[in-house]
Design a protein around this ligand. Structure first.
Ligand SMILES: NC(=O)c1ccc[n+]([C@@H]2O[C@H](COP(=O)([O-])OP(=O)(O)OC[C@H]3O[C@@H](n4cnc5c(N)ncnc54)[C@H](O)[C@@H]3O)[C@@H](O)[C@H]2O)c1
Length: 262
């Protein structure tokens, strides 16, 4: 498509095969960007890229395990070869582990931290030479409401998302002299395969869904598209004066101390 905010720009989205990442890739493509969709789920990633491209957009899939430095370097080499550079990087790939500290093994802790946190270090580090060459470069990292408040039975996830928020601020400071803006979007309960998996594997999925939604002032889960709209805002020219901040998109979740749905 042409005539969009991101015409002529190259956007890289990690975890773009599913959920929020897929919606971000679709929105970038709708707005004219050429999109590199990175994921470790090769079949789903390829299918998603083909669907986006079939609508008349430019979107290519590149395999990447974002926890692996070699894999990140390889994917960035391939996509910059294909697109000639990159302008916007969105670190969205992530995983959840519902285990207490006693249940969580040391290897599981390391893997989650590598996927959710080290990935941001790796992609920014190795994309930096390309971002420096871009006219208005930006990085958007996906945090969570768990960047601000904890929930039970997810110590590794909560720690990783808290760190993604502060890493975003630290990178914003260090990269400001290069004109590279770094911000964080923090979603609340968003209806994605990850979220559905958690609801559906609970003892009473219907009740779990009802209870979750009752904790949200707007009374519903968010659509991935609602998160994607905020990511595009922070990636693009309308937020040219914003760096080192976070945008919470949570349907009111973090505003509550006490909350009862009547
Ligand atoms: N869904 C929610 O309620 C919610 C809330 C807050 C934050 N988030 C965050 O949003 C992001 C996207 O979550 P989602 O709900 O869309 O999940 P999802 O499981 O639907 O999608 C995640 C994608 O990341 C990919 N991925 C996972 N590990 C990877 C790796 N090592 N390398 C490359 N790709 C990898 C998966 O294959 C998948 O395509 C995550 O960072 C998550 O923590 C989600």
């Amino acid at each position: 498509m042409t005539g969009g905010r991101f015409d002529g720009r190259v956007a890289v989205v990690t975890g773009g095969a599913s959920g929020i990442g897929l919606a971000i890739a679709e929105r970038f493509a709708d707005e004219g960007a050429r999109v590199a969709l990175l994921d470790c789920a090769a079949e789903a990633g390829q299918a998603a890229a083909s669907r986006i491209a079939a609508a008349g957009n430019v979107c290519e899939f590149f395999y990447a395990d974002v926890a692996s430095e070699a894999s990140v370097i390889e994917a960035l080499a391939q996509l910059t070869e294909s697109f000639g550079g990159l302008d916007h990087l969105v670190n969205n790939a992530g995983m959840v582990l519902v285990k207490t500290i006693e249940e969580c093994t040391s290897d599981e802790w390391d893997r989650l931290m590598a996927v959710n946190l080290k990935s941001v270090f790796l992609t920014v580090k190795h994309a930096l030479p390309w971002l420096r060459r871009s006219a208005q470069p930006s990085v958007v990292n996906i945090g969570s409401i768990s960047s601000f408040v904890a929930q039970q039975r997810t110590p590794a996830y909560v720690a990783s998302k808290g760190a993604v928020l502060l890493l975003s601020k630290a990178l914003a400071l260090d990269l400001a002299p290069d004109g590279i803006r770094v911000n964080c979007v923090c979603p609340g309960l968003t209806d994605t395969p990850m979220f559905r998996f958690h609801v559906n594997t609970s003892p009473d999925p219907e009740r779990t869904m009802r209870e979750r939604c009752n904790r949200v002032p707007l009374g519903r889960t968010l659509a991935p598209r609602e998160i994607a709209d905020s990511v595009l805002y922070l990636a693009g020219p309308e937020s040219s004066g914003i760096t080192g901040t976070s945008l919470v998109v949570d349907a009111g979740y973090l505003a509550t101390a006490e909350w009862h749905r009547d």
